[in-house]
Design a protein around this ligand. Structure first.
Ligand code: GLN
Length: 253
């Protein structure tokens, strides 16, 4: 009798544990994929009237609809997205995320969906800094975990500037507007959009520093089926005009 009680206790424990396991994985048992995006990265994602909007948001919703899966969007600091995927809390990572060799060690990327690259940005009335070569002894603000932060770190010794790390684009823009930093690095579609749509006292200095492409990411080697759906959906949207519709909704023709 005691043995039977022991046995059923163990079975109950196993059942409880496996149920817990299910709920920590983003997909759960209910076929809903959790998508991590940056907190504020217009025109790719931003909050308006309590709602998430932007190219990334519309794109993943349209892909999900095309491929018949459900999604739930979660906004977080950009630097938290890949770690959250690794912790099993997210199934899909977006956020204007550039496809890089470094990231490919931990995630698989979809086909590219938007062309980007880095720009150097300074205060509107700054005529002293016209390229990265003018940054000797200056301070540059970058966002944690981004290609901009990476670029700044890699070239620090060559150009001789100090780096301030912040957690989002809003703080980065503030560092330069309030004079705490002399310059910042931001993706050019994002800074062009910000300058065009708000009264930021900032401008781009010099040419684009590099070029890259945004991709949708899933945890490496474990999500081939999901990645295929994402790529198939993306291809369908490009073919049926939905992709262009989303882009021009936010960026015009
Ligand atoms: N595209 C850049 C990157 O992937 C910046 C992304 C962001 O700030 N949301 O690192």
């Amino acid at each position: 009798m005691k043995k039977l009680l022991y046995f059923s206790l163990i079975i109950t424990l196993i059942l409880i544990l496996s149920a817990c396991g299910d709920s920590t994985s983003g997909e759960g048992g209910d076929g809903v994929y959790t998508v991590g995006v940056d907190t504020t990265y217009p025109p790719f994602e931003y909050q308006e009237d309590g709602e998430m909007k932007g190219i990334d948001i519309d794109l993943i919703n349209a892909i999900a609809e095309d491929q018949g899966f459900e999604i739930k969007i979660e906004a977080m600091d950009f630097s938290g997205i890949i770690p959250a995927m690794q912790a099993g809390e997210l199934d899909i990572g977006m956020g204007g995320m550039s496809i890089t060799e470094e990231r490919k060690k931990t995630v698989d990327f979809s086909d590219p969906y938007f062309e980007s690259g880095l720009s150097l940005v300074v205060a509107k009335d700054n005529s002293e800094i016209t390229s990265i070569e003018d940054l000797e002894g200056k301070t540059i603000a970058v966002k944690n975990g981004t290609t901009g932060a990476n670029y700044a770190t890699e070239n620090k010794d060559e150009y001789g500037y100090e780096i301030i790390q912040v957690k989002d684009s809003t703080s980065m823009f503030q560092e330069v507007s309030n004079g705490s930093a002399d310059a910042l690095l931001e993706d050019y579609p994002v800074i062009m959009y910000a300058i065009a749509t708000s009264d930021l006292e900032l401008k781009v200095a010099g040419d684009k520093l590099n070029g890259d492409n945004y991709g949708i990411s899933v945890l490496k080697g474990k999500n081939d089926e999901l990645l295929k759906k994402i790529n198939d959906g993306l291809a369908n949207l490009k073919e049926n005009g939905k992709y262009d519709e989303i882009i021009s909704k936010y960026l015009g023709e």
